[in-house]
Design a protein around this ligand. Structure first.
Ligand code: ATP
Ligand code: MG
Length: 414
């Protein structure tokens, strides 16, 4: 079943708004097992919209349009889609009543053009819109389904979840199931190289890899007649990935993040954590604190940006700072050690580096970051050379710190 997405609106075409509807719809359709081969954006222009809908109608099984269902003259989607299928519009009384209800509740005066939203193509399915005045529309002709959705995401998303997903599920008898195998501490090309044979041999399940800063995600997806059957197809491939990557895999669940897996690990063992950050400026703490329930684990985080703060708050020695500099293995180690003592936690992580774009030297270039991590009398320090802009260096440092922390935890507590 091939789906195609068309987003309508000159605002999107001009870059005034970001096309989040396309990303949302594409991800949802992929999750439903629909193959999406084309996505397009068309301005509020009848001729070009007609052409786009016609082409999509001819080559795809499901065409989803977003936007242009409003009451004004430049909202043309419904009229144009109906024209492609040679359908007349008629006044849909329940939609008219809904418009009266919504507008009077909002204290708005009804104008003549409001009735435009209650006009629907003959023979279509009208989809209720609890969050706005434009109903959604489903038209079916020659086994092709054209689905019209309102542009505002606050209307489109609930309508899609509540009404369109059940509709699409009925069209696709196959069930799709995927596990998301997430790895940390392994580079993307290295990871892909190690599963090249699996990727070459794939048909059902399929393996798709995605790179994220410091992580590689592998989605293993199977199609079958039931979820149970699909799970059985996915399992041996996931087992094989565990054989190959072992501890580098921190979860097989889409929704679980690296920070969450670490927090869970520490929670299980009743361990606490403290953080001292320089160049990452709180990013590590922010990632950890995004995990609900982290309070059992996370005690405190300090952004010790200046040398004085490193000395006063976490007792890095002035001598170390003078001799080796703030960005050095020695300082990172003392930051972690000082954090353990000042905060009184079981584990500490410290980050110090040069995020750029200024401040680099020949000996200490931009992107040089030292990360220290561990527990009492067992702190390891890693020297990293990251690339990219300030933001990217900070993100890489944060991701690496999390990976190191996880590595230390696994080594010490199994
Ligand atoms: P309205 O009744 O508000 O006119 P509509 O169905 O005609 O709704 P549009 O006029 O195309 O939709 O868009 C209305 C608003 O919805 C836009 O200003 C924008 O904020 C949001 N929107 C539209 N299309 C998209 C999109 N593809 N991605 C994200 N937001 C969008
Ligand atoms: Mg509009």
């Amino acid at each position: 079943m091939v789906v195609e997405i068309i987003c309508v609106g000159t605002e999107i075409l001009m870059g005034n708004i970001v096309n989040t509807n396309a990303a949302y719809l594409a991800a949802k359709c992929a999750g439903l097992g629909l193959s999406c081969y084309y996505q397009s954006v068309v301005g509020d222009n009848e001729g070009r919209l007609y052409e786009a809908v016609k082409i999509a109608y001819d080559r795809s099984d499901v065409v989803i349009l977003s936007g242009g269902l409003g009451p004004t003259q430049d909202d043309l989607t419904k009229e144009t889609a109906a024209k492609v299928l040679n359908k007349e519009l008629y006044m849909h009384e329940p939609s008219k009543e809904a418009i009266i209800r919504i507008l009077s509740r909002r204290g708005l005066t009804i104008t003549e053009n409001n009735w435009k939203q209650a006009m629907v193509p003959e023979g279509c399915i009208v989809v209720e819109n609890p969050n706005g005045t434009a109903p959604g529309i489903i038209m079916e002709e020659n086994n092709t389904h054209i689905i019209l959705l309102p542009g505002p995401p606050g209307e489109l998303i609930p309508m899609f979840e509540d009404s369109i997903v059940p509709y699409l599920k009925k069209l696709t008898p196959d069930v799709l199931y995927s596990d998301m195998v997430k790895l940390c501490g392994v580079g993307e090309s290295m990871a892909e190289d190690r599963i090249k044979d699996l990727i070459d041999a794939q048909s059902n399940p399929t393996i798709a890899t995605y790179a994220k800063t410091g992580e590689v995600h592998m989605r293993v997806t199977a199609k079958a007649k039931s979820e149970e059957e699909a799970k059985q197809i996915v399992k041996p491939v996931v087992d094989e990935l565990f054989n190959r990557f072992g501890d580098a895999i921190f979860t097989t669940k889409e929704e679980v993040t690296l920070e969450e897996s670490i927090v869970n690990l520490m929670k299980e063992k009743n361990l606490t954590l403290g953080v001292a950050e320089s160049c990452s400026g709180g990013m590590l703490s922010a990632r950890l604190i995004s995990v609900s329930g982290v309070s059992d684990v996370y005690k405190a985080g300090l952004v010790t940006y200046s040398n004085e703060a490193k000395q006063e708050l976490i007792h890095v020695s002035g001598d170390t700072l003078n001799r080796f500099g703030a960005v050095s293995e020695e300082t990172a180690r003392e930051m972690a050690d000082g954090t353990l003592k000042t905060i009184g936690c079981d584990y500490a992580v410290a980050i110090t580096g040069i995020a750029g774009p200024d401040g680099g030297t020949k000996e200490k270039p931009v992107g040089l970051v030292y990360i220290a991590c561990g527990c009492k009398d067992n702190i390891i320090v890693k020297k990293c050379q990251f690339s990219g802009n300030r933001e990217k260096v900070r993100q890489s440092a944060t991701a690496t710190a999390l990976t190191m922390l996880r590595g230390q935890l696994l080594k010490n507590i199994g």
